[in-house]
Design a protein around this ligand. Sequence first.
Ligand SMILES: [Zn+2]
Ligand SMILES: [Zn+2]
Length: 345
Amino acid sequence: MRTFTTLLLLAVAAFATAQTSEANPYADKYIYQGYLKDYKLGQAAEAYSAIDTMLQTYIPEQNQPAMPRELALVSLDQLLHDTDNDATAPFYNFINTRMKRVLKDLDRPVSEGLRIYKLYNDGFIIKSKKATVAIDLIPGGPDNKPFITDSVIYGIAGKCDALFISHWHPDHANLNIAKSFAARGKRVIAPKDLWVGADPLIQPLDEHKETHIEFADLDLTLHVLPGHQGDIYNNINVVEFHGAGTVAQTGDQWGREDDLAWIDHVHEKYDIDVFMPNCWMDQLQRAIEGFGPKLIITGHENELGEHSIDHREAYWITIKKMELMAELELPYVLMTWGEWYDYKK
Ligand SMILES: [Zn+2]
Ligand SMILES: [Zn+2]
């Protein structure tokens, strides 16, 4: 009898042990049966982490990305086109991890040429030896839960000397970010009619026409070209960093044959080094030929706010488009959020 009791107790003890994570540490953490959402979160966290590591190993370079980098970008497309992953912890962690690296790297000086950072969504920061300029800098996401946390995005804004806005759409323009520039005595140049009267340093154009604005203290000239997204004023910001290079960011240029007629001739007037078009611009090849740049860096891939997945625009689609434009024999650099590339003339 005693033996039977002992055996029974041992069996109960063994059963109890098998149910605790002490004996089987992955049992609680990695068995997802019945927890579909948790499974997808776990998978996304692992995928984002692997992608982040891969992108740091295979950094941006000219032309078709190396296969491991392409695989990382395509994997990112898959995660960002699965709406189950929208606004989840793995996504917030991924984008903020990468933006924190930008915040840190902005302290690194540029001795020659331009360092071009790509941010969410069509945001770029361009840093020369003498100036750091932001274009379309936004936190992204809803106001009550922005994609990029306040400490990171306002930290980044604080390291910039001027902000240029293409157009009013919230995936390009954020008044609180603009005000943070003005509060530090930095100028913001906005399209006509945007943020009129908000602050003396937030300066919408008086007229939607080709405009040249000097920033003597920053040793640069801003040339605004009067583009459109349909009927909306869309400033194409051409930033001439004297002696270091000239970049052109197109905002959401789209759908205007009359604009393309003058875009055809931009290269006759401006010596564009780096052209940064929205990746889904219509007649993209024609626009590239019009600007006549030495390098292309596309923007606006994977916009997650207003856009349904067919218009989120994937990195793989940019790769395919650039393949089709091989005859241009122009180098391009495909970057994702939180990456940068050093351009030298
Ligand atoms: Zn737009
Ligand atoms: Zn946009």
